[in-house]
Design a protein around this ligand. Structure first.
Ligand code: F0G
Length: 485
């Protein structure tokens, strides 16, 4: 269903095409550079603490910020308001069955709520959960009931520059060794994350999932799939994995989900609305989880979501089968990655889903990891452009038991590309200002914490620069751009 937004141009240019039209718009503010500096200072050099009033392009995340379709918006008008037995739930349940192939469905208010319920029910103290890579909320929710995570990614996964098409694969040899070391009874399940978020939105292959499934069968271990970015993963399978070119996104989605005992998702990502869900064909698993959903989320037919969101989720899930919809963000990301790469800006390759990931370590080799180069780059880029991005590096990790920083595997600045939100000229602007910043990278210094929360510190932490580098950056910007914003 649908066609890819990668259309051949007569000129030979490789640019993605918007296969949608804009019918509702929101005015944006591009503030002058001095005001951008003030806004950075006021937000404690933390992009989570900024107001969108001060933001030009909001590339913080795609979570809850994808553009909804006309079909989604109109579906919200027919929502069936009922505490119990809402027909809106029936429509969402049918969409889950058709798109993910799972008959039983538990709605929850967002992705981490699904993690809370699942891990509380399935993880015991001393358990180890193997996975391709963690997501911040996943790790926290596995550790709360006393479990630990073990990431068994391939050697290619953390290389910034790579041509390996499936950096989200699990290393099968390492998985076998891990099971031999801990014993299958210490492993409640294996978790696979589609379009692995923290390593650059990188997919796994169908073949790799098959191998993981075979190991699960051999050792009687369950397989869980985090499907928050499953549409993009399916798109990359179609693009990159031999034998899948002629299959539809819908067929690939069903193939992937069929291998998992349980699938959960953040609807904020996969179906472009709020909410989330857990689905399975196992009555036993469903029964283990459903009481916790009632306890923490709400009755089984709404799970903390409004019925309007449930309707929009149902439509959004079906749109995940549409290649036109699902290819839009990856094709724009590819354009941005290739534009930056051509200018020497260190970016993760191959381009993945979710966003363009800039290697802050390579961008700012003079800023030690203890001074948070990814956080510093996010602040500097906002000053240079008004574009808000997200730090995914050491600030996003947690300190060890002795209070020392755990240096992240990779220091990344993420330019998220919410689906169908930005135009190509906006993406060109984002690239242009980043290229300017790269040429002036020596002006950028580090950051240190001023206030550091104990839990998920990246959300609410406040930092300050280690020198007056932001002022010098502004002076250089004015020298190069004059009165221009
Ligand atoms: N799993 C993955 C792979 C995610 O990317 C996210 C959220 C979650 C679970 C949690 O879902 O936010 O609905 O509670 N990712 C967002 C991001 C926050 O910006 O990448 P949630």
């Amino acid at each position: 269903m649908g066609q890819s937004s990668v259309i051949k141009f007569y000129s030979g240019e490789q640019i993605p095409l918007e296969l949608h039209k804009v019918r509702v718009v929101q005015k944006l503010n591009l503030k002058p550079v001095d005001e951008r500096l003030q806004a950075t200072e006021a937000s404690g050099f933390n992009s989570f603490l900024m107001s969108t009033r001060d933001v030009f392009l909001d590339m913080l995340t795609d979570s809850g910020t994808n553009a909804m379709s006309d079909q989604q918006i109109s579906s919200m008008l027919v929502a069936d308001d009922a505490y119990a037995g809402s027909q809106s739930f029936d429509r969402a349940k049918q969409a889950v069955a058709d798109v993910f192939g799972k008959k039983m469905f538990l709605p929850v208010h967002q992705g981490r709520a699904a993690e809370h319920v699942i891990f509380q029910a399935l993880v015991k103290p001393g358990d180890v959960v193997p996975m391709n890579y963690h997501f911040t909320t996943t790790k926290a929710h596995i550790e709360i009931p006393g479990g630990a995570i073990d990431e068994i990614y391939t050697d290619e996964a953390l290389k910034i520059k790579s041509t390996f098409p499936f950096k989200g694969n699990i290393d099968i040899g390492k998985l076998k060794a891990l099971i031999a070391k801990h014993g299958a009874d210490k492993i409640p399940f294996i978790r696979m994350e589609a379009s692995t978020n923290l390593i650059g939105g990188q997919p796994f292959s169908v073949e790799n999932l098959r191998q993981v499934r075979a190991i699960c069968n051999e050792h009687k271990i369950m397989l869980l799939l985090d499907a928050s970015l499953i549409g993009e993963n399916a798109y990359f399978v179609k693009q990159r994995e031999p034998g899948w070119q002629d299959k539809s996104i819908g067929e690939i989605l069903l193939t992937l989900c069929d291998m998992a005992d349980l699938v959960y998702f953040s609807s904020r990502k996969v179906s472009s609305t709020r909410g989330g869900g857990i689905c399975t064909n196992s009555v036993e698993l469903f029964d283990k989880l459903k009481d916790l959903v009632i306890l923490y989320e709400g009755f089984l037919t709404y799970g903390g979501m409004s019925v309007r969101e449930i309707e929009a989720m149902a439509v959004g899930l079906r749109e995940t089968q549409d290649e036109t919809c699902i290819s839009q963000s990856p094709s724009f990301i590819k354009y941005l990655v290739e534009t930056l790469d051509a200018k020497g800006v260190p970016v993760i390759t191959p381009p993945g889903g979710l966003g363009c990931h800039v290697d802050a370590g390579g961008f700012l080799p003079h800023v030690p990891q203890s001074e948070y180069p990814a956080g510093a780059l996010v602040a500097a880029y906002y000053i240079a452009s008004g574009v808000r991005t997200m730090e995914r590096g050491t600030i996003s990790s947690v300190r060890d038991a002795n209070g020392n920083d755990v240096l992240a595997d990779v220091e990344l600045m993420r330019l998220a590309m919410p689906r169908r939100v930005f135009t190509l000229s906006q993406v060109k602007y984002a690239a242009d200002r980043l290229i300017w910043l790269y040429e002036n990278r020596n002006l950028i210094g580090g950051l240190k914490f001023e206030f550091e929360p104990a839990v998920l510190r990246f959300f609410l932490g406040r930092l300050r620069p280690t020198s007056d580098w932001p002022t010098k950056l502004v002076a250089k910007f004015k020298a190069d751009f004059g009165d221009s914003l």
